[in-house]
Design a protein around this ligand. Structure first.
Ligand SMILES: Nc1nc2c(c(=O)[nH]1)N[C@H]1C(S)=C(S)[C@@H](COP(=O)(O)O)O[C@H]1N2
Ligand SMILES: [Mo]
Length: 155
């Protein structure tokens, strides 16, 4: 499964799980930041810095939000100042692909809600949009159908 990255200032690219993890300057056990969760993770802000360098040099402007979209169209938009500890979980402890959350899962330990821990992320967007607001938002991208509502309740 591919992961699309789109950055309004630094361009766009498509990654496999292996490729997106390889661009990160460091990798660590997620349990160091998120209690009770296991697997291999990389830090979001360090990844973003490496991405900017790869695309064009130093970050031109501090982004306002990280927006991620999942395979099931669940989407979250998180203000940049909630991302200091944000990370992507990309593999199980033994290196195998994630059983839950494949291909990668966002965690926002400093975020306003656990609902921001988006599973099955397939698109990552870096926004420079002051109008997008100071509050993190999440939910299904399009109108919630009765079927999706049922799935949500079942969890
Ligand atoms: N792709 C996707 N990610 C998602 C959701 C979802 O419906 N789809 N639900 C969110 C919500 S509302 C919560 S509370 C957590 C639940 O995480 P858990 O399944 O690990 O308990 O996942 C979040 N990530
Ligand atoms: Mo939630």
């Amino acid at each position: 499964m591919e992961i699309h990255v789109h950055d309004e200032l630094n361009g766009a690219a498509t990654f496999s799980v292996q490729e997106i993890a390889a661009l990160a300057p460091g990798h660590f056990p997620i349990t160091e930041r998120v209690e009770g969760v296991s697997g291999k993770a990389f830090d979001w802000l360090s990844w973003y810095k490496a991405w900017c360098e790869r695309q064009q040099g130093a970050p031109a402007r501090i982004p306002t939000h990280l927006q991620v979209e999942a395979a099931d169209e669940f989407q979250a938009t998180v203000p940049w100042n909630q991302l200091d500890k944000a990370l992507f979980l990309y593999a199980q402890e033994n290196g195998e692909p994630l059983k839950k959350g494949f291909p990668i899962r966002l965690y926002v330990p400093d975020g306003s809600s656990e609902c921001l821990n988006v599973k099955s992320v397939v698109a990552i967007r870096v926004l420079y949009d002051g109008a997008a607001g100071d509050e993190a938002t999440y939910g299904y991208k399009n109108m919630v159908t009765p079927d999706e509502l049922f799935k949500t309740i079942k969890k």
